[in-house]
Design a binder for this molecule. Structure first.
Ligand code: SAH
Length: 215
């Protein structure tokens, strides 16, 4: 399984990911904000170079699928897309079709789709979890729930959170036998998709952690 021959660079990947469809009517309670395509490409391209992509991957809280689809393009063996919102999963499926049939980017990785609450997931194992979950703004501890689930699924976890969550991430990782190997800081653009947003693009300080089980 090799990276699609049409994608030769991180910026090439970002361009493809920028063409994917986002949420139609984002649900604020579920904190439905898609990952920015440049940021997604940055992390996934690192994952490729770090040999974390040619694996079985779970995209937890996949939304419209940008992270998992990027992983498929970079040669993932299989991606399991999980989200509580069936409409988001529907768009993720459409996006995969779009990449294959319109952009003519082929990939041979398998796909699986699960509509369900991360807290009720059972019997899932993978090599890597990639997640940009709710940041726990609307539902307290939603970020913690995702992280705990991720630790139960794989030995390697890429997880996005608010930058100010650093202490909590360190703490919970240590308790669960994980350590942070890499950290990226981003100004996360939250595009104005929800009624209560005033500025057109709000930016929040966020980060992505690569966490690995301590052997
Ligand atoms: N990972 C996507 C979406 C980020 S938005 C991306 O990077 O673009 C967060 C996603 O988590 C939304 O799609 C939302 O529907 C999903 N979500 C929120 N709570 C959930 C839960 N309890 N179980 C599963 N998915 C959940």
């Amino acid at each position: 399984m090799k990276i699609s021959n049409k994608i030769k660079s991180k910026s090439g990947l970002a361009i493809v990911l920028s063409r994917l469809k986002g949420f139609e009517k984002p649900d604020a309670r579920l904190e439905q904000y898609p990952t920015d395509s440049e940021i997604a490409a940055e992390i996934l391209w690192f994952g490729l170079q770090n040999k974390d992509m040619e694996k079985v991957i779970v995209d937890l809280g996949c939304g419209t699928g940008i992270l998992g689809i990027g992983a498929l393009i970079l040669g993932a063996k299989k991606v399991v897309f999980v989200d509580i919102d069936p409409k988001a999963i529907g768009i993720a499926r459409e996006n995969i079709e779009f990449v294959k049939s319109e952009l003519k980017i082929n990939f041979s990785g398998k796909t699986e789709f699960i509509v369900g609450d991360v807290n009720e997931l059972q019997g899932i194992a993978a090599d890597v979890v990639i997640e940009n979950p709710p940041f726990g703004v609307k539902k307290r501890h939603a970020d913690r729930e995702f992280l705990e689930r991720a630790f139960g699924i794989a030995d390697i976890v890429y997880s996005f959170h608010k930058a100010e969550s650093t202490d909590f991430i360190d703490d919970i990782s240590r308790k669960k036998g994980f350590k942070a190997t890499h950290f990226w800081r981003f100004d996360f653009p939250l595009k104005q998709t929800m009624d209560f947003h005033r500025k057109r693009i709000e930016r929040i300080k966020a980060g992505c952690w690569r966490l690995e089980r301590v052997q």
